[in-house]
Design a protein around this ligand. Structure first.
Ligand code: MSP
Length: 674
């Protein structure tokens, strides 16, 4: 029988732009959806926007537009944001859609007919931010702690749902189903709430005060309370009660939420479902809260807001997704900041992963015509093979336990062990000895094979980059089962001739900078900014386009009228490199294709191809073994069909006399020049 998986995010209030907290829950949901798809599950993933209620009405009024116009605009912004972060949701539900309203009306009528709804008067403290009455216990200093706002005293005639009558049943259900609410801490919190009287739930608002909502089917003068309306999105999107989607996916529903909306999901929702005669969802998984880098709640006035779309435009969607999944173990609170993202990006993605892909590619292209050969494994390869073959099972187990951080760390540990294997086996040394050709082939095969497995396991977190890794190594698209066996890379696989640098290293943001800012990025282009290509903001794309054409044609002139400061200079990564191969570029007079041994980041060695216009001054053979100075973080460009990954420095008198810049004593490859 086909396996099915259904995952949901909260539907977000259409009252403001998508922020990092929304992105967090949505990325986690997408990670789970992609993982299950890859593992052969029929998967349905849902997100959307919550568009009724007082909060929306207030915001629309203050913007001077009708609520419908207001929510149309904001809903679209969420839709766009999820495209930019490569979210692969199967549906996007809006509570103002007819398909949703019809389900709300049908369920209300069912609960009403059952006798679970009555009319009464209620007084209490109402927080419009939470859209619910708060108990005294929930207040901190008389205010709602989540919205820093004093709740309003209200007495109103509402319809009520007999929630209290389901309390004992719900407590029993949660006790009998230990993985209904996870992690455990949140389950305990709910059990403690259920140990005291809940009261009944007010489920309507007078229409004359809140005209923006779904009228009750039996009394048009009252509209549905926004939580009763919103929670039903999880089944209206499945075409409850008649759809095939509902039959297939509802029994396996997995809701992901932030801890701020635990009570509506863990108490209101199951009791509503019970009353309506609908079976309960399978899991409720609760994530912690993300704070600013300073550990405080993000707010514009504190200047600690981290915007997921700015980050995606700057560092690419995959880097943001990876960061969010690794920033904190799921369920715990954590701090987020751009500098932290850059640190993890450079360490894990640029150094450990991207560099290894570039190094193995360079050696395959140079010594084995870009073809992955048949391996002949030695006993000493056994540990690596064992680790690679067992990785998928380990990672799958951790994901099932919601330990996304640990799952990704496990993959990165494996990538680190591949780097150690590569460094210990020294394939660049093996390449110099014709008798060691077979061993060279085996070592390179094993690294490609390890990267194949890692790329599949990284796919749910970084779908774009994982695909790029496989494309650059000539490998087939991902499928989770294929990650569980070592040796599935067919010998004879031809790797791609060209591949862009996967994760160019980036400079940490300047401390004085107020945060990610696309305008700043355009005005002061960073030559090594990895943003670009997939899913990046179109604005910043304009700036990058200009730079690429300059690099491929006329270089901008240095201008002593506008001096640069040390920070500007420090952005240029100058390195000592050794020329290990050189040849003329066919059909040109001036160009040489050089292969350089470079040391970038923590002394990890790498080879690069650089096309240089020095053929009139230097013969290829005279260059071998020479130490030159490489601009290592220049954006790669294609020259005469060859991808040039940097530039070497030469003095130029303006009349065509060039001499290479070097170092005047023995200096290790990779030394920084500053
Ligand atoms: N509309 C309701 C949900 C209805 S679901 C039937 C709502 N919307 S919301 O726009 O306020 O988004 C709430 C969700 O966004 C939180 O539950 C959480 O998933 C996420 N987050 C919002 N801010 C957050 C952080 N700072 N950190 C982590 N997630 C947070 O409530």
């Amino acid at each position: 029988m086909a396996k099915s998986f259904y995952v949901t995010t909260p539907i977000y209030y259409a009252t403001g732009d998508p922020h990092i907290g929304h992105a967090y829950t949505t990325v986690v949901a997408d990670f789970l959806a992609r993982y299950h798809r890859l593992d052969g599950y029929e998967t349905f993933s849902l997100t959307g926007t919550d568009e009724h209620g007082e909060k929306i009405l207030e915001s629309a009024k203050s913007d001077g537009v009708t609520p419908q116009v207001y929510v149309d605009g904001l809903s679209d912004r969420f839709h766009q944001a999820w495209r930019a972060l490569e979210i692969s949701n199967d549906d996007f539900i809006r509570t103002t859609q007819e398909r949703h309203k019809a389900v709300v009306v049908a369920v209300l009528q069912k609960v009403y007919d059952k006798g679970d709804i009555y009319f009464g008067e209620y007084g209490g403290l109402y927080c419009v931010g939470c859209e619910r009455y708060l108990t005294d216990k929930e207040l901190v200093g008389g205010k709602c702690p989540d919205h820093d706002r004093k709740p309003e005293e209200r007495v109103e005639k509402n319809y009520f749902f007999k929630m209290e009558s389901y309390r004992d049943w719900l407590r029993g259900y949660i006790q009998d189903h230990p993985d209904f609410i996870r992690p455990q801490g949140y389950r305990n919190e709910v059990l403690s709430l259920l140990s005291e009287s809940l009261g009944d739930l007010s489920i309507s608002r007078p229409r004359e005060r809140v005209p923006w909502g779904i009228p009750l089917p039996w009394d048009q003068e009252h509209v549905t309370y926004v939580w009763f309306d919103a929670l039903l999105n999880y089944i209206s999107a499945l075409d409850y009660p008649t759809g095939d989607r509902f039959d297939e996916f509802w029994p396996v529903a997995h809701h992901l939420i932030g801890k701020d909306i635990l009570k509506p999901h863990a108490i209101f929702w199951p009791t509503m479902l019970r009353s309506a005669g609908v079976p309960l969802y399978q899991h409720l998984s609760v994530g912690g809260f993300l704070m600013g880098a300073d550990g405080r709640k993000m707010s514009k006035s504190l200047g600690n807001v981290v915007d997921p779309l700015d980050l995606a435009a700057k560092y690419g969607p995959d880097a943001v997704r990876y960061y969010l999944l690794k920033v904190v173990p799921y369920g715990q609170d954590g701090k987020v900041g751009e500098a932290d993202l850059v640190r993890r990006y450079n360490a894990d993605l640029a150094n450990d992963l991207g560099n290894l892909v570039a190094r193995v590619r360079a050696l395959l292209l140079r010594h084995l015509d870009g073809v992955v050969p048949q391996p002949n494994q030695q006993e000493s390869d056994g540990d690596l093979i064992e680790a690679g073959a067992g990785l998928a099972a380990q990672v799958g187990g951790l994901i099932d336990e919601l330990r996304f951080y640990a799952a990704l760390e496990e993959v990165m540990q494996f990538v680190r062990s591949l780097n150690r294997y590569f460094n210990d086996e020294e394939p660049w040394v093996l390449a110099r000895d014709p008798d060691k050709r077979e061993r060279l082939g085996t070592v390179l095969y094993n690294v490609v094979e390890g990267l194949r497995i890692a790329s599949i396991l990284l796919e749910p977190a970084m779908p774009g980059k994982a695909g790029e890794i496989r494309a650059s190594l000539g490998l087939a698209p991902a499928d989770f089962a294929a990650a569980a066996t070592w040796g599935l890379t067919p010998s004879g696989t031809r790797i791609a001739d060209d591949a862009p640098i996967l994760f160019p290293k980036v400079e940490p943001p300047r401390p004085e900078s107020p945060g990610p800012d696309t305008a700043t990025l355009e005005e002061k282009p960073t030559p090594n900014s990895p943003a670009g290509g997939r899913g990046s903001g179109s604005d910043s794309g304009k700036g990058r386009g200009k730079r690429v054409s300059k690099a491929g044609g006329d270089k901008p002139e240095a201008d002593s009228e506008s001096p640069i400061n040390l920070d500007d200079f420090a952005r240029v990564d100058l390195r000592v490199a050794e020329v290990v191969a050189a040849e003329a570029v066919p059909k040109t007079d001036k160009l040489l294709k050089l292969t350089l041994r470079v040391g970038v980041g923590g002394g990890v060695e790498e080879e690069r191809t650089v096309v240089s216009g020095i053929a009139e001054q230097y013969r290829p053979d005279d260059l071998i073994g020479r130490l030159v100075v490489l601009v290592a973080n220049l954006k790669p460009v294609k020259l005469r069909g060859i991808l040039s990954q940097g530039m070497i420095l030469a003095a130029d008198d303006g009349e065509g006399n060039l001499s290479l810049v070097g170092v005047d004593r023995e200096q290790p490859v990779g030394s920084q020049v500053r």
